[in-house]
Design a protein around this ligand. Sequence first.
Ligand SMILES: CC[C@H](C(=O)O)C(=O)SCCNC(=O)CCNC(=O)[C@H](O)C(C)(C)COP(=O)(O)OP(=O)(O)OC[C@H]1O[C@@H](n2cnc3c(N)ncnc32)[C@H](O)[C@@H]1OP(=O)(O)O
Length: 300
Amino acid sequence: MALPLWKNALQTTKKMILQQRRLSLYNSAHGYKEELIKKKLQQFAGGSINLSKEDNGIGILTLNNPKLMNAFTGTMMVELQERVTELENWKDGKGLIIHGAGNTFCSGSDLNAVKEISNSQDGMNMCMFMQNTLTRLMRLPLISVALVQGKAFGGGAELTTACDFRLMAPGSEIRFVHKSMGLVPGWGGAARLVRIVGSGAALQLLGGAVRVDPERALRLGLSDQTLPSSDETRALGEARAWLSQYTDAPATVIRAVKNVVTAGRELPLEAALRTEKDIFGTVWGGPANLQALVRRPKHK
Ligand SMILES: CC[C@H](C(=O)O)C(=O)SCCNC(=O)CCNC(=O)[C@H](O)C(C)(C)COP(=O)(O)OP(=O)(O)OC[C@H]1O[C@@H](n2cnc3c(N)ncnc32)[C@H](O)[C@@H]1OP(=O)(O)O
């Protein structure tokens, strides 16, 4: 018996999206040798990236290196890639909250490792590895939130820009400190920041290594809400509540919502329209749509 049209469309579209997602930003054509880079990064051990995938479709990803303000060691960079692959394969996932252990977000690369990866090629290899991972994170079919408590500095600030939204606890700070180190962002943070706040504000935040508090972040559109509590546990509960207003539907629908927005953001108009049509075909006549029609919802 032929599959219902929506199931057929779902299978076709899933294959297309997965193929697009698997086309990494960097590959061997760019001199990118992933296994060699991973081997180098794994020389710098410490900390972990923990992921909890909950039955309600919300994932909690924790940057766990509190002794070093959750600075990214080499092994944490490799683990982040592994967690993103897990999230790409989580078919029931619809939301993700990224936060740091010890009531602070992340202070960027582990400076102990940075001092060892000092030549240009090793630096660019680390950037290609992190850009591949953060681009895949950004394209996940889940609505993602960076819960910023304490400090999000350097690469930590860049990581927040790979999430769909940023929520900040009172007293927290996002700071692109790269200039002070004679650097520019390398994990894709500049390209994403320009798209979030505009080139003028991005130039000020990068050129001035500006301390961005919750109020300034809201004004710039860099943050979507300042949470009431700076307490670690309460802030996570507030972030869950905030995210729930955008994930309150079956995973198939929320994942389709994120995918049409990603298409609209990243594709030329006509390709975005065709992708939207294909994604529409995966939900039109699907279980959630049919149940809604039976209920005949009244949108007050
Ligand atoms: C593309 C990414 C980019 C790159 O790779 O080029 C980077 O991200 S480079 C790193 C950029 N980040 C920084 O420069 C931040 C450095 N850290 C700080 O400015 C402060 O630690 C701060 C403001 C985050 C917190 O200050 P606070 O006084 O509250 O704490 P401490 O400084 O005492 O830190 C506690 C403890 O953690 C160690 N620490 C903090 N950040 C790092 C880091 N990025 N790498 C390694 N270690 C870090 C700090 O040394 C202290 O350790 P201790 O043994 O107690 O001295």
